[in-house]
Design a binder for this molecule. Structure first.
Ligand code: DGL
Length: 261
């Protein structure tokens, strides 16, 4: 079911997923935009990164996780992952609940700019999802796969020298006349201070706020207590520690065996 412009009648928990901690950037904004909603977050930390895996595999992971979230009571889904949004959204929209991806809201947020850069995982950039939509509205687009940023964030190294070396390498051929840079991966906002320093004056657009605004305008506010249950396929303690360093206190973290998906 594709979210339309009218409000969709669902007030139960919203399922949100990503390959790991990247989707927490989206969850954070969703919680601010919808404080009375309950959320169920799934981080597929045993199988991160998605961006270097074959498209078929990412589609299968997205399908399995969505089914799991629906079985836990989710009444709508937010695909808080650009890779899964660019590859699996059409499949997931057959599930019969509202399904929100990150790409359309981000493309809408880039509307005021005519020379736009987009960085993302190999799979997201190879899918051409951003390039097609941006070019269709007459923009000049520079696109670059920047896959090493994902393990840098998952390792908690976004403030380290290694992050700067990698960023300089990836950005060396960015055109000087870009007006805006889309962070086409939900892991990348953690690198925003570094990217803003390396590309001063550029408008940086990430997935979090545009997506949260799109979800909040399509779903009713909800009547929950703002509770979040986190599920991970990898180590819950490592996830809780990393989430804490990212500013998200993940109280309840439950481990899910991959076989149970
Ligand atoms: N955070 C995800 C994205 O937005 C996935 C990154 C990955 O697992 O490669 O694309």
């Amino acid at each position: 079911m594709k979210p339309g412009s009218t409000r969709l009648a669902t007030s139960g928990p919203v399922g949100v997923f990503d390959s790991g901690v990247g989707g927490l950037t989206v969850l954070r904004e969703l919680k601010k935009a919808m404080p009375n909603r309950d959320f169920i977050y799934f981080g597929d930390t045993a199988r991160v990164p998605y961006g270097s895996k074959p498209a078929e595999l990412v589609r299968r992971f997205a399908w399995e996780i969505s089914g799991f979230l629906l079985r836990q009571g989710a009444e709508a889904l937010v695909v808080a992952c650009n890779t899964a949004s660019s590859l699996a959204l059409d499949d997931l929209r057959r599930l019969g609940v509202p399904v929100f991806g990150v790409i359309e809201p981000v493309v809408a947020a880039a509307k005021p700019y005519s020379r736009v850069g987009v960085i993302g995982t190999r799979a997201t950039i190879a899918s051409g999802a951003y390039q097609r939509q941006l070019e269709a509205s007459g923009k000049k687009v520079w696109a670059r796969a920047t896959p090493l940023f994902v393990p840098i964030v998952e390792e908690g190294l976004w403030g380290d020298r290694v992050a700067e070396l990698v960023a300089r390498h990836y950005l060396e051929d960015a055109p000087a006349d870009l007006e805006a840079l889309i962070l086409g991966c939900t892991h990348y906002p953690y690198l925003q201070p570094l990217l803003s320093r390396l590309l001063p004056g550029l408008q940086i657009i990430d997935s979090a706020s545009p997506t949260a605004r799109a979800v909040a305008s399509a779903l009713p506010a909800g009547e929950g207590a703002g509770k979040v249950v986190h599920y991970v396929s990898g180590d819950p303690d490592a996830y809780r520690d990393l989430a804490g360093r990212l500013g998200v206190s993940a109280g309840e973290v439950r481990k899910v065996e991959l076989g149970a998906l």
